[in-house]
Design a protein around this ligand. Structure first.
Ligand code: NAG
Ligand code: NAG
Length: 423
């Protein structure tokens, strides 16, 4: 009798152990645990002060010279530029941060009721001058990644929309879908004002984003890319919030680059905006519309790529040294949306792009990019000469270009994903 119960207990423990092993998966070993802790220590620099955001984030105010960028071997002796050496006069020409705007087709004022962009964490504090706000990486954030090494990086299967490629099957392989406008040439910057929404993302390993791409090189393994915009990415952040993000890579998403400050590279100079922080308020269907303006341009003296968010808020820069092609200039600019469709149940997922509505729905229903512009060889901000659109499956997500005096070159884009025409 005793022996029997001993065996029952033993069996219970063996099964439990196996079960635990399966659920804890790849991070269960003690070597992996040490790796995770080491990575956390590398990423999370000792803060001067920490602020708890209502969305659960912790924002660390880290001394500017202590930020992750300076771990980069190329940047060991780098002297921080606190501002671009050369500021063309078009840099501060817009006074709209997040605007609550009216229907452009009715010729009403663009910024009837101006509101300042808030990031949720700003409700609970400020980082003092000389420090920068960094979203703290938690252990869970890393555990959601496929490996410690891949944390904060796009999947190595990522592709940028390749408008000049004519084989949609190749583009579609990995489930990345785009609805974009693009222009080819020689560029030193790009700008746009983008509508901000909270698209639904069905699976946690999918995402939905809207952004500017500044690209250089071929679409082979040497692609250089600088990216910025807003995204919903459950695996990256552990929630479905709409967040401000940046990305860079100098080798087509393989070994270099990452989102936000999740690796060394981008140098932040601004003490008000946390890259990766949640954006608020968001646009409502048939309700108030909000948008953010992003400008990325190359300082002709130092060669660094700077980013400005909203009205004169210079966030920081990507040092020219990080790049090969972009150390010189960009050859392709793209604006628009990207989602991942995992087709998890053998069907297109219901992950939305933009507002989740097709472009022909128009203002306050479909999402838009307005006043899209490029910086040309003469260092002027101009409307792009030739602008084209591209989407892999217009029945899932589409894009529609237009132009008028208020909004310059603009487009509506997005869609619902799965629907009767996108099974
Ligand atoms: C940084 O400076 C040190 C001391 O001057 C020098 O030995 C080192 O090679 C420099 N590193 C880089 C990457 O320039
Ligand atoms: C995010 O949204 C998906 C789909 O609507 C939902 O299933 C999931 O629970 C949400 N995740 C979080 C962390 O709120």
């Amino acid at each position: 009798m005793k022996l029997l119960s001993f065996f029952v207990v033993l069996m219970f423990f063996t099964t439990a152990a196996r079960f635990c092993h399966a659920t804890r998966s790849r991070f269960s070993g003690s070597r992996e645990k040490v790796e995770v802790m080491k990575h956390l220590n590398r990423l999370n620099k000792p803060p001067v002060q920490s602020i708890k955001s209502p969305d659960g984030d912790i924002i660390d105010c880290v001394h500017i010279s202590n930020q992750p960028a300076f771990d980069h071997p190329f940047l060991k002796n780098h002297t921080i530029q606190t501002r671009p050496n050369y500021r063309p006069n078009w840099i501060n020409d817009d006074n709209i941060k997040v605007s609550s705007i009216k229907d452009p087709s009715k010729h009403e004022s663009l910024s009837e009721k101006q509101e300042t962009i808030t990031q949720l964490w700003q409700l609970n504090g400020k980082c003092s001058k000389g420090t920068i706000p960094i979203r703290r990486t938690k252990k869970e954030d890393i555990l959601r990644a496929s490996s410690v090494k891949r944390y904060g990086k796009k999947s190595s299967f990522s592709t940028v929309a390749q408008p000049s490629s004519i084989d949609p099957d190749i583009i579609n392989q990995n489930g990345h879908q785009h609805a974009i406008a693009y222009t080819e040439g020689q560029f030193y910057g790009a700008k746009a004002t983008m509508n901000v929404w909270n698209p639904k993302v069905e699976q946690s390993n999918e995402f939905s984003l809207s952004q500017i791409w500044i690209l250089g090189g071929s679409f082979a393994s040497d692609l250089n890319s600088i990216e910025a915009g807003w995204q919903v990415s459950p695996d990256l952040y552990g929630d479905n919030n709409t967040r401000l993000f940046t990305y860079w890579t100098s080798d087509a998403y393989e070994a270099t680059g990452c989102y936000n400050l999740m690796c060394s590279g981008f140098i932040q100079t601004n003490n008000e905006i946390a890259i990766g922080g949640s954006i608020s308020p968001l646009s409502q269907f048939h309700g108030s519309q909000y948008d953010i303006t992003i400008l990325i341009w190359k300082d002709p003296e130092e060669g660094n790529w700077w980013m400005q968010f909203g009205n004169g808020k210079v966030l920081g820069y990507w040092p020219a040294k990080l790049f090969s092609y972009l150390a010189d200039s960009a050859s392709l600019i793209e604006w628009g949306g990207e989602v991942v469709n995992t087709a998890s149940n053998g069907q297109h997922t219901t992950t939305q792009m933009g507002s989740g509505q097709f472009p022909d729905e128009g203002f306050s229903k479909a999402s838009y990019f307005r006043n899209i512009q490029v910086v040309d060889e003469s260092n002027s901000l101009k409307n792009p000469k030739d602008i084209n659109t591209f989407t892999e499956q217009p029945n899932c997500y589409d894009v529609q270009m237009a132009s008028n005096s208020n909004w310059g070159s603009h487009f509506y884009y997005g869609g619902p994903g799965q629907n009767p025409n996108c099974p």
